[in-house]
Ligand binder design. Sequence first.
Ligand code: HEM
Length: 195
Amino acid sequence: MSNLPWTWLAIRASGLTAWGLLSAVVIWGILLRTRLLGRVASPMRLLDMHRWLGVTALFFLLIHMIMLIFDKSVAFTIGQILIPGTAPWKAFDVALGTIAFWILIPVTIIGRIRPRLGKRGNAWFKRSHYLAYAAWPIATAHYVLAGTDALATWSLAFLIAISAIIIFALIARGFVPAPAPTRPIREKPTQNVPA
Ligand code: HEM
């Protein structure tokens, strides 16, 4: 263990943390869109947690990517980290990670500037969140294919347990209704048509 380069350990630890946090972001997003938790947590608290998890996931993801520059075993350049398919090692498996990263960028930015975009912001936010759903399976495929120890017993247990929670939450999303809108829906004023 002591002979292992610290950079390699940091790449793996940050990758696993980023994946765990990304999974938590998806789970919190589903909790937010359903009444699964009932009154246990208010929508505002769930939203705060969802946002905090997203920012933290991105932070660990950046560490995961930056550490690749310092790791001497497979020296990545910044271009190889940012452009899918150009990695010097397991190009396809690593590309999946890069694609997941690029998907998360617009989702994060649109989420932040949504209030300033007015009505258009809501439509963009919805579209970008469909993309966000795609980031999770892509990041998971990256973990399984690129991870050195992805198929070790502890890692498989981690993958299966988290994936089972996500699948359960997704199925529940189809059955548990969405919470009622917090703002009253204004009725259209009826036009006075002269008789
Ligand atoms: C949402 C995006 C990403 C997530 C959640 C993620 C997560 C992970 C996880 C969990 C592993 C397995 C660690 C292990 O060996 O046990 C891994 C490995 C790896 N990732 Fe990522 N990653 C992401 C994006 C990226 C990006 C953008 C790059 C850079 C091009 C990258 C490069 C790598 C490499 C090279 C490995 C292999 C490390 C090794 O085990 O030797 N990843 N990643």
